[in-house]
Design a binder for this molecule. Structure first.
Ligand code: HPA
Length: 247
């Protein structure tokens, strides 16, 4: 398989089993990426790792320089990306610590630099985004999950909100009516920028909490951290199995 990158989100700023070989600082025409790119070995296979929120975790979802991150990965020759992301669960199967491999996106974010095609001198470009995630990578991840015995949801619609605040109960109700199963803050424009650069992109969504209004009371950071601890351990297991089977 071609060069693989893992983008780690909240709860996965570091990949514990990654043997670091070197780190690369890359400057891009779009500014600085979230962190240095780590070239390392996971299960004896070479991968590139990037901490989406910086290392330590300090960059809020709406402040992430998604273009610089994706451009940097492209410079490193990355052709496939597994993006790990913490999400809230909306529909009944998406309980805390569960993992989903979404197949669709609805974008509710705004004001983010969401395209590489904005230079007035360039021809107007409309890329196809009917199926935002790589179907091939999704199948391979689903296959790897079967191997590990970790129960995952093999489909789901990811709704991307602006953050950094969590949603209102009414917003989640509307998102559910729209068809969203999951809610997160970083899936866009990451997915579309990968597509614009011709890279295969897939998400591993780890449920951190029931979305707003789905349970009594408020959503706390303590609850999110506790659920992510378990969910991210499963995500790391899935990644290790994926690389063993595909690289
Ligand atoms: N909403 C949006 N993003 C999230 C959530 C949520 O409830 N949990 C983790 N990331």
């Amino acid at each position: 398989m071609n060069r693989l990158a893992i983008i780690g989100g909240t709860g996965l700023s570091q990949l514990a089993d990654l043997k670091i070989i070197k780190s690369e600082q890359i400057n891009t025409p779009y500014g600085a990426p979230s962190a240095d790119f780590i070239i390392g070995e996971l299960n004896h296979k070479e991968v590139v790792f990037l901490a989406r929120h910086g290392n330590p975790h300090a960059i809020a979802p709406h402040k992430i320089n998604y273009r610089a991150n994706l451009w940097g990965l492209k410079q490193l020759g990355v052709e496939s990306i597994i993006a790990v992301a913490a999400v809230g669960g909306i529909t009944s199967k998406m309980m805390p610590a569960h993992i989903a491999i979404p197949d669709q996106i609805i974008d509710y974010s705004y004001g983010r630099k969401h395209t590489f095609f904005e230079d007035e001198n360039d021809p107007v470009t409309h890329i196809d985004f009917s199926y935002p995630y790589s179907q091939t990578l999704r199948s391979k991840l689903i296959h790897a999950a079967k191997q590990t015995g970790i129960a995952i949801s093999p489909i789901g619609t990811y709704g991307c909100t602006q953050g950094p605040r969590l949603e209102t109960a009414a917003e989640i109700k509307r998102m559910e009516q729209d068809g969203c199963d999951l809610v997160g803050m970083t899936g866009m424009p990451e997915a579309v920028l990968a597509k614009e650069l011709g890279m295969n992109y897939v998400a591993v969504a780890v449920v951190a909490n029931w979305a707003a209004g789905k349970t009594e009371g408020e959503i706390t950071m303590a609850e999110i951290e506790q659920n992510l601890h378990k969910g991210m351990a499963n995500a790391a297991e899935l990644l290790k199995t994926f690389v063993a089977m595909n690289l």
